[in-house]
Design a protein around this ligand. Sequence first.
Ligand code: LHQ
Length: 262
Amino acid sequence: MSETVLVARRGGVLELTLNRPDKLNAFNEEMHAALARALAQAAADESVRAVLLTGAGRGFCAGQDLADRAVADDDNPPDLGATLERWYNPLIRRLRTLDKPVVCAVNGVAAGAGANIALACDIVLAARSASFIQAFARIGLVPDSGGTWLLPRLVGEARARALALLGEKVTAEQAEAWGMIWKVVDDERLMEEARALADRLAAGPTRGFALIKRALLASWSQDLDAQLDLERDLQREAGRSQDYREGVRAFMEKRPPRFVGR
Ligand code: LHQ
């Protein structure tokens, strides 16, 4: 087992900690492979009902380990597209399509692909001291890991353009004010709040959550008519779940629901 991603099981939550703190948790291939394995475990294990992603040390993730992708020489440039195809793109797809909620606790700086991996999670909490940097343009690159897709949708075209072109730091408070993330939390309360949120989601109607994720993802590429059709189909499926029956029963009986995730 690789130490580059710490995997801890807490009730229905799988807690994943990026763990290369001396490199601000920048990604090398070993860390990518470890994270892919952990997310596959989260997907396959029915008793895992939410995932919590965070980073060890003072950073969340500084994106690609630039030492790992050092420019070879003028005649033999690295194929960065291959790195995206092999590692980053599957990771973003996995986060977006995982049929359980993913909470991200951004404990410090999130730069480059690290920023966009955080933003690809379902609910993003950030420590007050954390920041987000689209560092790509600083080294001549293009925002990847979904950045050019996510940013304009989250913060609007004007801010997305400036962030991508300037690579300026966005503080956690600014990110919250712009709607880039869900919430800022005082540093010392970050993990407590993130765990409480993940626990709450893990006790929720997991099947329904998966359908919500599908509907929201599809909404970006569909018109209203197609989306209404999709909502009809997904609601049909949700209506057949055990958790829907329990939710209605609990409401009628004026008690909290006991969801089982099916
Ligand atoms: C690092 C890194 C790092 C290695 C900090 N690599 N060591 C995808 C496909 C293929 C290839 C290309 O890229 C991509 C996507 C990307 O992610 S591209 C963007 C890559 N990331 C960056 O450009 C960010 C680079 N890092 C920074 O700008 C700064 O480190 C930030 C602003 C994140 C934090 O600054 P500070 O708080 O001042 O920390 P620091 O710079 O002193 O970093 C601490 C250590 O971490 C340091 O090592 P050292 O041995 O000197 O203590 C850094 O070298 C190392 N580190 N980021 N990406």
